[in-house]
Design a protein around this ligand. Structure first.
Ligand code: ATP
Ligand code: MG
Ligand code: MG
Length: 355
């Protein structure tokens, strides 16, 4: 049985472990806070479910392992400054941006980027944490501790948000899932739908962009690219060198999920063009208590992460991939009264995509 070590033991690590079972891959997610060391063998691969980690005995040991796949990619993508610089270097479209240096003023940023400017911390931000809007030109200064710690982005008046998950093998061969349409509320992903026929004309552009990035990085495994759709074009928002929340629908909607695809690539097993079933829907469960009634909804596939429930925390998701869209809508109707009232907008948005 081959063994793959995963730096990080959150839900992504657990879902990698789950995906490894049918292939008899022994996937070992490791808690980044652990001060233990582990019996790593020279030939065993190491991967990660996150792009950044603290220094602990466990992370030091895993990161020093010679078979840590993509080790050099993590620092590049974990820092928004080097990530945006890479996107620019490759000539790929992204939201215009500036580095916030020690002497950068809000006025400087407005002069270059326009009226609405979004500061993003260079490292550590997720689910919209680590963002600060400069809303009122001339009145809102850059907070002190954001100098040298952030980039500034022009606010993009996008039509909607989409993402693409791709995979690349050690031989350089790339495959992609269809674009996913995503709903973010206050910076956090709440719902996804894929595939959608009306996004098909953007697939080639998305594949070219993500393929260019993966090739440049000589990347092996699954990578996700979040985009803004502006008219008939995509702008890259950000990249994640790992399996991604907007690819969770592949657990129900494709013959090979993003988790299995990542493991196959890391283990050197064959990759294939994913065979996609019907249009899938994913509902993210954020800050809400588990309700076993969800399991009674036709077609519902629940992933409950077993984490303590806290406001704004991702604690699970439900996938649907039914044979027709009317059934999917009917299931979302059944689900609605089992979720907090705030989910009304998410379910309405999902239903509105299923026409
Ligand atoms: P994630 O959890 O996806 O890693 P994050 O905290 O790293 O999120 P981003 O993806 O950069 O943050 O931004 C979160 C959300 O904020 C985006 O999905 C989008 O809705 C909004 N946003 C980000 N950048 C911009 C921008 N330049 N203009 C307008 N909205 C933006
Ligand atoms: Mg992010
Ligand atoms: Mg994001």
């Amino acid at each position: 049985m081959s063994r793959i070590w995963v730096l990080g033991a959150g839900q992504l690590g657990q879902m990698l472990k789950h995906a490894g079972m049918p292939l008899n891959l022994d996937v070992r997610p490791i808690d980044i806070e652990s001060e233990e060391t582990f019996p790593l063998q020279a030939h065993e691969k190491v991967t990660a479910e996150r792009e950044q980690w603290p220094e602990t005995a466990a992370t030091r040991q895993l990161a020093a392992h010679p078979a840590f796949v993509n080790l050099n990619t993590f620092p590049i993508l974990a820092d928004r400054y080097t990530q945006k610089s890479l996107i620019d270097k490759l000539g790929l479209a992204t939201a215009p941006w500036q580095l916030v240096q020690s002497d950068t003023s809000a006025e400087d940023l407005h002069n270059v980027l326009g009226e609405r400017v979004l500061l993003k911390r260079r490292t550590g931000g997720y689910d919209g944490r680590g963002q600060h809007w400069l809303r009122e030109p001339g009145r809102d200064a850059i907070p002190d501790d954001w100098h040298e710690q952030a980039i500034a982005e022009q606010a993009i008046d996008f039509d909607e948000e989409a993402s693409i998950v791709g995979m690349r093998g050690a031989d350089g061969q790339c495959y992609f899932y269809p674009l996913t349409l995503n709903l973010h509320v206050n910076g956090i992903l709440l719902g996804s739908v894929s595939p959608l026929a009306r996004l098909a004309h953007l697939q080639q552009e998305a594949e070219r962009m993500l393929g260019t990035l993966m090739n440049d990085l000589d990347y092996v495994g699954v990578m996700a690219m979040e985009c803004f759709r502006v008219g008939d074009h995509l702008l890259i928002n950000e990249l994640a060198p790992r399996v991604h929340n907007s690819g969770h629908w592949t657990q129900s909607g494709a013959n090979v999920s993003q988790f299995e695809a990542h493991l196959r690539a890391v283990a050197g097993l064959p990759l294939v063009e994913p065979t996609v079933k019907n249009t899938s829907v994913m509902v993210n469960l954020v800050g809400t208590e588990r309700n076993d009634d969800w399991l009674s909804v036709p077609g519902a596939e629940l992933y409950w992460y077993g984490k303590e429930v806290r406001p704004g925390r991702k604690v699970g998701h439900i996938n649907f991939c039914l044979s027709n869209l009317a059934d999917t809508k009917a299931s979302l109707d059944r689900l609605e009264p089992m979720l907090p009232a705030s989910y009304g907008i998410v379910l309405d948005w999902l239903r509105s995509q299923l026409n």
